[in-house]
Design a protein around this ligand. Structure first.
Ligand code: ATP
Ligand code: F6P
Ligand code: MG
Length: 444
C-alpha cells in the first residue's frame, strides 16, 4: 500500500466504486490511427504488491483498481459537432496554461474538434449575471501560453448555482466541460455532472486535478507540485545564507499547505539546509521541555544558525487569539498566520532569555505558485490533458484524471474528493524528513 496515503482506511477500500459513468453508449469509430487503444477492462491496481492481490483473489475479494486512462476505440461525441469548454477555478498553480494548451491541441489536432471555448474567471464565467463571455480557443491562441504562469482564462473562488451553470452549458450547446481545479472545483464538477444526468443532458464533465498542496486522494501527485517544490530552492538557499551570515541567525520560511504539509516536507528534502520542518500533520508545543523554542535554542547554542520551514496549516492550535475563524469565498477556512506568529514568538523568547538573534522572515507563497512549470511538470500537464480528452470523447463523465504508481488513471470524482491526502507521520516521507533535518536531535 502507499505508505504516504493513510486518508482512506484499507478496510474501506473494498466498498469503493471505481467505475466511471458515461453520458451515453459510445458507437463512433475513433479517428485516431496507429495508436494502442485502451479497453475499459484494463485496470491499474490500487495495491502494487501482486502477492497481496493474489491473496485477495484467493479469498474471492474484489481487487481495488482504477480504470486505465488512454484512447478508446469507440467514441460517444462526434468531433464535427462537439463544442468543448475549459474552466480554471480556485487558486493559481504552475501548469494551468500547459493544461489549457494541451487540451486545445489534443481536441483540435488529434480529434478534429474546432469549437473550443475558454470560460473566464472560473465558475462565475458560466453564470450569465457576471457578464463574462466565453473566449474562443484555437491552437494559435494557446501556442506559447505554457511559457507563462497563471491562467489565461482567469480563475475565481466563490459559490455559484449549479442549476445556472447547467442552464448555461445547455444554452451554449456545450458537449464537454473540462474543469481544471482543486477539491472544491471537482466537487462543483460532480454537482454539475449529477444535475446534467437529472436533466438527461449528455454533457461530459472531466476534471484535471490541480493543487500545489498535493492533497487530492487516489493520486500520487497533482500538477504544479513539483514546480512548487523546485521554486522553494532559491528561497531556502537565501534563508540559509541570511541565517549563516549572522551570529545566531534564523531564516524562517513560510510555505503553502493548508491542511497537508507536502510542499514543506519535500522542500526540506530537496534543499537539505532545513533544520526544522513544521507541518499540519504533526502537532508541536512552543514552550516547555518538549517545546519548539527550547529545541531552537539548543540548536543555536550548538550551531549558531537555523533554517525553519513552516507550512501554513501547521501549529494552528498554538494561535489562541479571540478573532472569529475566517473563511474565503468558497468556504475554505483561512488559517491564522503561523509564519508571523512564530516569528514574533521566537523574537520574544530570545529577548526574554537575553540571547541576541537575527531573524529573517520569508513568505514566498504567491511567488512559488504563479511561476511557469519546470520540465517534468510540463510533461505531466500535457499527459493529463491528453488523457482528459480521451475520456471526454469516449463519453465518460464525473471523473478526474489521476496518476497512480506511474500509470495514468481515471478516478471517479467522489473518490478523489472523499478525503484529504495527508502526510503519515509514521510513513517514509516524514521519516526521511526527520532523518534529513535531524530536528529531533535538538527537540527532545
Ligand atoms: N463543496 C463544493 N461543492 C460545489 N462546488 C464547490 C464546493 N467547494 C468549492 N466549490 C466551487 O469550486 C470553485 C473552486 O473552489 P475552491 O475555491 O475551494 O478552490 P479549489 O478548486 O479547491 O482549489 P484550491 O486548491 O486552490 O483551493 C468555487 O467556485 C467554489 O464555489
Ligand atoms: O490566497 P488564495 O488565493 O485564496 O490561496 C491560498 C490557498 O491556496 C492553496 O495554495 C491551495 O491552492 C492553499 O495552500 C492556500 O491556502
Ligand atoms: Mg481546495
Amino acid at each position: 500500500m502507499d505508505p504516504q496515503n493513510m486518508s482512506v482506511a484499507i478496510e474501506d477500500m473494498f466498498n469503493l466504486d471505481f467505475s466511471i459513468p458515461r453520458v451515453g453508449t459510445p458507437t463512433l469509430e475513433s479517428p485516431l490511427k496507429d495508436v494502442i487503444f485502451v479497453e475499459d477492462s484494463e485496470r491499474i491496481s490500487y495495491c502494487a504488491d501482486p502477492t497481496a492481490n493474489d491473496c485477495l483473489r484467493a479469498k474471492g475479494m474484489p481487487i481495488p483498481a482504477f480504470i486505465a486512462a488512454g484512447p478508446r476505440r469507440l467514441l460517444y461525441h462526434d468531433a464535427a459537432w462537439t463544442r468543448a469548454a475549459i474552466v480554471t477555478c480556485g487558486g493559481l498553480c504552475p501548469g494551468l496554461n500547459d493544461v489549457i494548451k494541451s487540451l486545445v491541441n489534443t481536441l483540435y489536432y488529434v480529434y478534429g474538434v474546432d469549437n473550443i471555448f475558454g470560460i473566464q474567471y472560473g465558475y462565475s464565467g458560466l453564470v450569465p449575471s457576471f457578464g463574462l463571455k466565453p473566449i474562443s480557443l484555437t491552437p494559435d491562441v494557446v501556442d506559447a501560453i505554457h511559457t507563462t504562469g497563471g491562467t489565461i482564462l482567469g480563475s475565481s473562488r466563490g459559490e455559484q448555482s449549479t442549476e445556472e451553470i447547467v442552464r448555461t452549458l445547455d444554452r451554449l450547446n456545450i458537449n464537454i466541460l473540462f474543469t481544471i481545479g482543486g477539491d472544491g472545483t471537482q466537487r462543483g464538477a460532480h454537482d454539475i455532472a449529477v444535475e446534467l444526468k437529472k436533466r438527461n443532458l449528455p454533457i461530459s464533465v472531466v476534471g484535471i486535478p490541480k493543487t500545489i498542496d498535493n492533497d487530492l486522494n487516489f493520486m500520487d501527485k497533482t500538477f504544479g507540485f513539483e514546480t512548487a517544490v523546485q521554486e522553494t530552492g532559491p528561497i531556502i538557499s537565501c534563508a540559509h545564507n541570511e541565517a549563516k551570515g549572522a551570529f545566531n541567525g534564523i531564516g524562517l520560511v513560510r510555505l503553502m499547505g493548508r491542511d497537508s504539509g507536502f510542499i514543506a516536507a519535500n522542500a526540506s528534502l530537496a534543499n537539505s539546509l532545513v533544520n526544522f520542518c513544521l507541518i499540519p500533520e504533526v502537532e508541536f508545543q512552543l514552550r516547555g521541555e518538549h517545546g519548539f523554542l527550547e529545541a531552537l535554542e539548543h540548536r543555536l547554542l550548538r550551531k549558531h544558525h537555523a533554517v525553519i520551514v513552516v507550512a501554513e496549516g501547521a501549529g494552528q492550535n498554538l494561535i489562541t487569539d479571540d478573532s472569529a475563524p475566517q473563511k474565503d469565498k468558497s468556504g475554505n477556512i483561512l488559517h491564522k498566520d503561523i509564519g508571523l506568529f512564530l516569528k514574533d514568538m521566537i523574537i520574544k523568547y530570545f529577548k526574554e532569555r537575553k540571547i541576541e538573534i537575527s531573524m529573517k522572515y520569508f513568505d514566498p507563497s504567491y511567488i512559488i505558485r504563479s511561476t511557469p512549470t519546470c520540465g517534468m511538470d510540463s510533461i505531466f500537464c500535457l499527459n493529463l490533458a491528453q488523457h482528459a480528452v480521451h475520456a471526454a470523447m469516449a463519453g465518460m463523465t464525473d471523473l478526474v484524471v489521476g496518476n497512480w504508481q506511474g500509470y495514468f488513471t481515471y478516478v471517479p470524482i467522489p473518490l478523489a474528493t472523499m478525503a484529504r491526502r495527508k502526510i503519515d507521520p509514521r510513513g517514509q516521507l516524514w521519516q526521511s524528513v526527520l532523518l534529513t533535518t535531524r530536528q529531533n536531535q535538538d527537540w527532545k
